[in-house]
Write a protein that binds this ligand. Sequence first.
Ligand code: ANZ
Ligand code: ZN
Length: 820
Amino acid sequence: MDYNPQEIEKKWRTYWEKNKVFQVDLSKAKKPYYNLMMFPYPSAEGLHVGNVYAFTGSDIHGRFRRMQGYDVFEPIGFDAFGIHSENFAIKKGIHPKVLIKKNTDNFREQLKSLGCLFDWRYEVDTTKPDYYRWTQWLFLQLYKADLAYRKKAPVDWCPSCKTVLADEQVISGRCERCDSEVIQKQTEQWFFKITKYAEKLLKNLDWIDWSERTKLSQKNWIGKSEGADIDFGIDGFNEEIKVFTTRPDTLFGATFMVLSPEHPLAEKITKEENKVNVEKYREEARKKSDLERTELAKEKTGVFTGSYAINPVNNSKIPIWIADYVLVSYGYGAIMAVPAHDQRDFDFAKKYDLPIIEVISVDGQTRALSEAYIGEGILINSGKFNEIESKKAKWEITKFVKGKKTINYHLRDWLISRQRYWGPPIPIIYCQKCGIVPVPEKDLPVLLPYVKNFRPTGTGESPLASVENFVKTKCPKCNGPAKRETDVSDTFLDSSWYYLRYPSVGEKNSVLEIENCKLEIPWNQQITRRWLPVDMYIGGQEHAVLHLMYTRFITMVLKDLGLINFEEPFRKFRAHGLLTKGGAKMSKSKGNVVNPDDYYKKYGADTLRMYLMFIGPFEQGGDWQDRGVIGIARFLEKVWRLQKKVENGIQSKKLDISVNKTIKKVTEDLENLQYNTAISALMILTNEMAGEEKLPASRYQTLITMLAPFAPYISEELWHQLAERSEGSRRDLSLRLGNKNSAHNQQWPKYDPKLIKEEKITLIVQINGKVRDKIEVACGISEKEARELTLNREKVKKHILGKEVKKVIFVKGKLINIVV
Ligand code: ANZ
Ligand code: ZN
């Protein structure tokens, strides 16, 4: 029989489903292992090969752990609400209620083909009312805990998606979804106080076992900086300008002040003759995004207000300017400018001809600066602080001007409202009398109504605002006329808690007593205690400061509310690499997208899985090449053909060694997600087996067992064929075959350390270039070991007695030459 992937893959898929081979009893499992992958969003008709890449890598890990004896729970679902899916619906001109369901169905079928451990009984779909009712509930928990608030603020607006975006969704000034340039808009929005958790989000990074690069992205995004708050008086006004600076040691070099265009004092302190210019400048700044304003390379612009501040360290009068490189949202929206030691200030001073005073010097000398010197050094031009080291001077100067040591974070509160259709309506009611009133929990879900024209309006309001019988409601408090909130929540809220839901799908929700109130929660506590936090989470690095940050935040909040007993959702997280084609990121516009369906059809899922894992180190990614796919298909055929050589009751010492070495290598590689090198090791072993005339059945069996996590279908088929053939002569295999009739219910093989002891070589011993001895040694012997060993040999001692060893020449793995 030839290898026919289509046939066997269908056969085993049915078999596994029917016999529930991969189902776990969550309430009884003894060694629970929660293996999670980021769920896909059905924003296209079918799966992207990038999804397949991530899922395969995660599934191999799950299968490996399963064979090591864990009860592995590997759920999957659909992140089907949100802009990404909705944008696709808009493009297709089909209502998301119709289209997204269709996409999800197709995704499900494709996922089934991939041959993962997924337990479909636990599927989660964020668009289902029995899911989003709890997303709304979550919003209410944050609201009750004073962690959700409404505020008017300048926010990022995507003109194409026609909605506001969270800080994290603006990548280099562009919309994360559609790549349009964002603009600033001043509107009232809902925010979550993630900043309250900045320190904990940062601190826990010290102990969670996550990919270093993901932790680094989070650390940078949180952006903790230590400095001082310093107040500057204003000449002729009874006001002060407060600034945050990381370099109070440079205070003597502060030669001007800069306010952000939105600073509350900007208008007040502007002198009559400067009003026209200042107003014009502020108007223009309003249109720019933060990125445009702060880009280092960009030419600085600004206007003078006509007023002066008093530098508290020496009472000198310094001009107050307005410039858009200072942001309203950071620190106090105002800075003391030190052109000699801050590049932005330097550029600004050069352009507007403002004084530059050097106050930090490496050697105490002044020099003409061609750019800002931003390092540390000793103080100069700083009165009584001269000659003090800058690090020390920081706090001395702060104290001297009665400043305050402070910590600032770059992290901004999470903007959660969206002026869109495809999401859970925010469960809030506005009453003329009572103001903001949360929807009572018993009235959830607030169902998303069908809206024929679901497209974003661009008016700053969601399409829901046009649905009168949705908007008009009664106040739950006073029963008077009221209006519903018409914005929906950010899709990242849907995915911030889904990992909690999976194990509890179909279980009874727990009811907790909190402060004498009964509170139903969307998970079962016993199951949650047993299965959470997640043991291994695998997903894309692009979510480092989006989903991964939000989920950590929500988890910390739930812990503080007493609803769960852990504060980090994922014990271990590994970011997978990026798949490219022709060196470029796959995208429809470049026409280099690989459709997994084509490869399922042509080569089968096993080949696709293995090829993707072979392409490069899983955590680094690699470049797709059709040639490589064929190589893997040939490899699997070779494994298939080895069957012909299999015989029971024979042995091969040589193969025993190679198999044991391979077990060691593959086991270690699997632990570290080094799938590509594990596959290489399997290839080498297969080649060696192909070179043998006869193959011991037990050795072949070990090869199949190791292949099982990578290529589950062919492994299962070969396993069964082997079992059938050995029916007659069971002695050899009966211990392992036939009991739990699946390759996947086998234990992960262990290697015999005795068998893979280091190989020996014959070390030639020379004295003054003449061969005097030969010694059997381990092939990896070091120079030091070889030297000691040699000098103690009788044959050697005889020749060097009474002489001084002048030199030892050692050729690794070959010889040692002693020169006397
Ligand atoms: C004076 C100074 C002198 C500064 C010097 C730096 C170097 P991080 O590290 O990111 O916290 N700054 C403060 N608020 C700002 C705002 N709203 N918009 C733009 N810049 C602002 O940066 C802190 C530094 O960024 C602060 O320290 C301030 O400039 C500037 F040699 O103050 B510094
Ligand atoms: Zn957009």
